[in-house]
Design a protein around this ligand. Structure first.
Ligand code: ZN
Length: 381
């Protein structure tokens, strides 16, 4: 089906979703973006790390630097026969565009490019610089993408001041939520050692399930914090517990468990680890605990960028967005630690990672206009 809307952002979105860029394959999406950016005066640099292609593009050498960030990779479509139509062929139906990546987040990418083209058409001599940081490793391991680009920029002292991430931040309608931070994510991998035995002779065994149960109960009962102005309360969840050898008359010799904290800025990950160890150490339990930190919490303080995002949204929707730190992690976790103000503003996220992913066509056009407005508010004196 053809797009007869004659909207450049929709045309570009259609071209992008036709590329089967299943993570970490960029499938030529960045080439397409580069071809649009070069004539506008962007210096485009491909940063290849392992099998991940990243694009760093910058127009101008001056500060401040306003950077749009995002990813070209998408999650796999799953069983394509579950989709109503081909996930890599854009289909227009009832004002929606259906395709894998339509919402997460190729509409954000299309809106950025067209917003920049529009803006430069009238303001080629803007203040500061415009940049784009695009990766194809957000939906996968996220090891060779934004993280590595930020390291490379840091090594050569290239600094970003403000970042707009085009991730699908909206919940019910475009711009109802702007993300100004994200909770941290800390996982614990636990092993409890005991002594395997016959269930009828517990005095000869040491059951690790019995050892762990009261610790688990205590960890669950802790009110970690009440959150704060920007963050919901820290949550502790056990995601996996394993023990037992499958026989009804044998108590296990070992237990393993995994748990995860989504935590607010009331804690550092070191403090959380310390507090958990204290709980364990108050019990008689032989354990080993390993940690994996997937992302520290980050928060953008009120200031020019948040003001601009709020104003751009309000002018288009008539309502002020809610500033939130909810949801999962995003690549903002790699950008923010370099002292960058980060906001996430993108389309409605209800269908992301699902069969029949879609985006409202009008929202892509409006999002383009919002990004253009942010450029005006940030880079014109
Ligand atoms: Zn995404």
């Amino acid at each position: 089906m053809n797009n007869d809307l004659n909207e450049p952002a929709i045309d570009l979105l259609c071209e992008l979703v036709r590329r089967r860029s299943v993570t970490p394959d960029d499938a030529g999406c960045q080439d397409m973006m580069r071809a649009r950016l070069k004539p506008l005066g962007f210096r485009c640099e491909t940063m290849q790390f392992d099998d991940v292609t990243n694009l760093w593009a910058r127009r101008g050498g001056a500060s401040p630097v306003l950077c749009f960030a995002g990813h070209t990779d998408v999650v796999p479509p799953g069983d394509e026969s579950d989709w109503s139509t081909d996930p890599f062929e854009p289909i227009f139906r009832d004002g929606m565009l259906y395709a894998r990546g339509a919402a997460d987040m190729k509409s954000g990418l299309a809106a950025m490019i067209v917003a920049i083209e529009d803006f430069l058409g009238t303001h080629p001599d803007h203040a500061g610089s415009i940049a784009l940081l695009i990766t194809s490793d957000e939906e996968g391991r996220a090891r060779d993408g934004t993280l590595k680009v930020m390291e490379a920029l840091g090594e050569r002292d290239e600094h970003i001041d403000w970042c707009v991430l085009g991730e699908p931040s909206s919940q019910h309608s475009l711009g109802d939520i702007v993300r100004v931070g994200r909770r941290g994510s800390l996982s614990g991998m636990l092993t409890v050692r005991g002594v395997q035995g016959h269930v009828a002779y517990p005095q000869l065994a040491d059951n690790p399930i019995r050892r762990f149960a009261p610790v688990l109960a205590e960890l669950h009962d802790i009110n970690w914090d009440d959150g704060n102005e920007y963050f919901p309360p820290t949550s502790f969840q056990v995601v996996d517990v394993r023990a037992g050898i499958g026989a009804p008359n044998v108590t296990p010799g070992e237990l393993s468990a995994r748990f995860n904290f989504r935590y607010s800025t009331e804690w550092t990950h070191e403090e959380l680890q310390q507090r958990v160890r204290e709980v364990f150490d108050h019990h008689d339990i032989d354990y080993e605990l390993d940690w994996h930190l997937s992302g520290k919490p980050f928060l953008t303080e009120p200031g020019k960028l948040i003001d601009a995002a709020q104003q751009a949204v309000t002018e288009h929707t008539g309502a002020a967005p809610e500033l939130s730190t909810g949801g999962g992690t995003s690549d903002g976790r790699f950008i923010s630690p370099a002292g960058v103000d980060v906001v996430e503003l993108g389309p409605v996220n209800a269908s992301i990672h699902k069969v029949d992913e879609h985006v409202k066509v009008d929202d892509v056009v409006t999002l383009t206009s919002m990004y253009r407005r942010i450029l005006e508010l940030m880079l014109l004196d």
